[in-house]
Design a protein around this ligand. Structure first.
Ligand code: NDP
Length: 291
């Protein structure tokens, strides 16, 4: 081994027999940003951990959990199409929000066995609070979209003490199911409710993909006001046409990178018990996504 290799070994930058392994399972998983986020975090925190992406085909969720037990992995991230199947396989061993959502994106050890968490919605609320300085407690939030991400955001907003939540979705049955997760503070609304909200969140996939296309927006931009906070869960592109229009109207805007970052921060802390090096993780994801 050359001098650089020995140096890397001494400083714990190469895996050894003692290295803990964490992983993300999904299909497709090759383009996941999670390995970049977590490996940057492990390195900056000086932890002898490594994070890899493992393709697992549909139907493989329960076997993947057995593999986590067998290999004593330090933690597991779960992405499409396994979030629901992992929740079913973990049975009662779920956090309150993972149970409500019927979806798990983070598996950790609780001392005895594996335990399922959902850090997606909490990651969004963290990004609002920590990156935009906005607390949703008591606010009126208009939520556009009621898919997996929309549901996770709705439940986390309820936990954060949202004052009123209006769920707006093309498929109104899904909007009703999402509002029901929150209870009496939530209603299904029409697009016009955007006008009266303090915070407007796009949890639809409208506007996703590079480059941003003018006119491809989840709600008419005329409904947005200068005194609103406008958040888009999309991070590719970083500035959707909708966020650009909202900023032009004077609104404070928040893109989806913060949610991506803080759901990983929460997972990192569940697995390692160590405060996540947020600046290093943010730097790694920014370098990859770029402006
Ligand atoms: P889903 O497929 O579960 O939901 C898609 C949502 O978009 C549904 O509400 C759907 O409405 C709506 N939608 C899609 N196309 C249209 C359309 N043409 N007109 C009206 N509504 C439409 O996706 P997810 O919930 O998983 O993801 C939603 C977005 O959030 C994606 O852009 C994703 O990239 C982003 N995301 C970001 C994360 C982050 O970390 N920043 C994490 C997770 C997701 P309907 O129910 O009527 O079909």
């Amino acid at each position: 081994m050359n001098g650089a290799g020995i140096d890397a070994l001494r400083h714990g930058r190469l895996p050894s027999g003692a290295t803990r392994v964490a992983a993300v399972i999904g299909e497709p998983v090759r383009h996941s940003l999670s390995p970049v986020l977590h490996n940057a975090g492990f390195q900056a925190a000086g932890l002898d951990w490594v994070y890899v992406a493992l393709p697992v085909p549909p139907g493989g969720a329960a076997a993947a959990l057995d593999a986590v037990r067998l290999f004593r992995l330090g933690g597991l991230s779960v992405t499409m199409p396994h979030k629901e199947a992992i929740a079913v396989a973990l049975g009662e061993r779920l956090s309150e929000n993972a149970r409500l959502l019927g979806a798990v994106n983070c598996v950790r050890w609780d001392g005895e066995d594996l335990w399922g968490e959902n850090t997606d919605g909490g990651g969004f609320v963290d990004s609002l609070r920590l990156e935009a300085g906005v607390d949703p407690a008591g606010a009126h939030v208009a939520l556009l979209g009621a898919g997996g991400a929309g549901r996770a955001v709705a439940v986390a907003l309820a936990e954060a003490g949202v004052g009123r939540l209006t769920v707006i979705n093309r498929d109104t049955t899904k909007a009703e199911r999402t509002a029901a997760l929150v209870g009496r503070r939530a209603t299904v609304g029409a697009m016009s409710a955007v006008q009266t909200a303090d915070i407007v969140v796009n949890a639809t996939s409208i506007g996703m993909g590079r480059p941003a296309v003018d006119g491809v927006v989840p709600c008419p931009v005329e409904l947005l006001r200068a005194d609103q906070v406008v958040a888009d869960l999309i991070y590719q592109p970083l500035r959707t046409a909708w966020l650009t229009a909202a900023a032009e109207r004077g609104a404070r805007t928040v893109n989806g990178v913060g949610m991506l970052l803080y759901q990983a921060v929460r997972a990192f802390e569940h697995w390692t018990g160590v405060a996540a090096p947020v600046t290093a993780m943010r730097g790694a994801v920014d370098a990859l996504i770029g402006e």
